[in-house]
Design a protein around this ligand. Sequence first.
Ligand code: SAH
Length: 196
Amino acid sequence: DDIGSQMDRVVTEEQWLQKWDTGNTGFHKEQGHPLLQKYLDVLLNGRSGLRIFFPLCGKAVEMKWLADMGHNVVGVEVSEKALKEFFAEHSLPYCEEPVPEISGAKQFQCTSGNISLYCCSIYDLSSSVVGKFDGVWDRGALVAVNPCDRQRYVSLMITLMEKNSSYLLVTVSYDPNKHKGPPFYVPESEIKSLFG
Ligand code: SAH
C-alpha cells in the first residue's frame, strides 16, 4: 500500500476540461458498467422513484439507465462539453439555466424532468442547492479526486446523503508506483477511514 508516489499529484479543472476538448476521455464507457447491473438491487433496495446522485458524472450512460427506470438523476461535472454530449448522444432535449446560488454554474435539465446536471465544481454544491440523495453511483469520482481533496470530497458526499441511502463505490486496484493516476489508487483501509 505504498501510495506515497501519488499523494502530491494534482489534476486541475483546466486539465480536465482539456481532456474533454481533445477527446482524451478513455474513462468514458459506451457500455453501462457491469457492476451497476450486478449491484443494482443494493442501490435500490426495493425502492422506486429514488433521487440518485452522480458525482463527477462525465457523460456516464448509467444516468440514462436509472432515469429510464423512473429514478431522478442529479449529476455534477465541470465540463459543459461532456454534459452537452450526454444529452445529444441520448437524443434528450434539455434546457439550460443559471444556478442562482452558485456564480458561474449552469443547470442542464432534460425536458422530461428526471435528469438534472450541474455544470460546476462539486465543491460548489451543498445540500441546500441539490438536496439529499437516496443513492450514489461513484464510479470514476472518488478515484478521480485529487488525493489532497479526498477528505473534503467525502465529507461533502456524506452531507448529501439521506439516512437510508446506498452508496456504490467503484475503485481500481493497481500498483501506484507504476501509474501516476488518475484514476488514483485508494486503498480499502483509506476508504474505511474516509467514510467511517
Ligand atoms: N463518472 C464518469 C466520469 C469519470 S472521469 C464516468 O463514469 O464516466 C472524472 C470526471 O470528473 C471528468 O469528466 C472530469 O471532467 C470531472 N471533474 C473533475 N474534477 C471535477 C470537479 N471538481 N467537479 C466536477 N467534476 C469534476
